[in-house]
Design a protein around this ligand. Sequence first.
Ligand code: FAD
Ligand code: NAP
Length: 311
Amino acid sequence: MTKIYDTVIIGSGPAGYTAAIYAARANLTTLVVQGRQYGGQLMITTDIENFPGFENGIAGPELMEVMEKQAKRFGAEMRPVDATKVDFSKRPFAVTLEDETEPVYGETIIIATGASALWLNLPNEQRLNGHGVSACATCDGAFFRNKEVAIVGGGDTAMEEAIFLTRFASHVTMVHRRDSFRASRIMQKRVSENSKISIRWNTVIEDVLGENKVEGLALRDISTDTVSNLSVDGLFIAIGHKPNTELFSEAIHLNEQGYIKHHQYTMTNIPGVFAAGDVVDHRYRQAITAAGSGCQAAIDAERWLESQRSE
Ligand code: FAD
Ligand code: NAP
């Protein structure tokens, strides 16, 4: 007979695993559809220094491995595959997994599929990712004390991160492909008033230079079509994020930027379907906030299930 789980969690980053810890510990039968990128975004980084509880920091993959074990200890089941289709039109909800014909079923669903940073797709960008290339200044800025860094992008995130980086870096060069920023005026003003920031307008990055770590950037000024190298120790990419919501876009209400909208607490427009972590959070995008919202979603799912069963 087909097993129907009390909750099926889609995604295994800090939000998914925390939801699994709370749900399984509350005695809900719990399945985590971990995704191919099990463990989520922190699997591709080195040290996490701002997750509470680890005085000297912890490696991203190690943190995620411990979270997975903690969820398993309470009985959560794990499947390291992607969900390829969902049917939220009736309960129990159905989730189809890659390479499988028979779906898995959940009385509730917690979506925790995260968001992905957009990259420039330069030849050496991913090779040096984690070795000077980063898409998260809040996470990695502190590794660049007294070093020179560059940041690409002209939106509010780039402004905010450039200013944040000046706390650590000796100099920040902003590289922007046009001659004006799209960021809000107030953020632009703060950037222009910061003596540690300089701007390279009309400039695109053609590649990241360096053998084992970032040593510089190959730049092209598109207004004069001239090339030059910029010596830096780090490159921060701030050209936007994309929430992983394609799978749900027909059934679940999304905001203008494609993030899932909460309707009541962490519940989506579909009663019984909840969402947590970066897939709903355009603003904070931190491991601890994702974990916190995973906890909220599991508690909401448990209470909702209980209310249905007592009806
Ligand atoms: P994610 O971690 O993005 O996890 C999403 C999960 O969903 C993955 O397991 C993926 O496999 C799964 N998934 C996606 N689609 C599907 C599907 N169709 N089916 C099944 N599963 C699916 N934050 C900090 O607080 N401190 C740091 O130092 C820090 N460093 C970072 C360094 C880097 C390089 C990056 C990229 C991010 C960093 N962050 C850091 C941010 C942090 O990683 C995220 O805020 C956090 O991981 C978000 O958690 P999440 O659970 O919402 O999603
Ligand atoms: P964004 O507004 O979409 O800006 C992305 C920037 O990256 C743009 O300047 C864009 O250039 C540039 N870009 C995109 N693709 C590029 C490429 N391939 N090569 C080079 N540059 C590229 O994204 P965001 O800055 O992350 O902001 C998203 C939303 O969050 C915005 O609505 C923003 O206002 C909001 N936000 C607000 C705050 C705040 O209020 N404090 C902070 C952060 C974010 P072009 O300009 O040429 O298109």
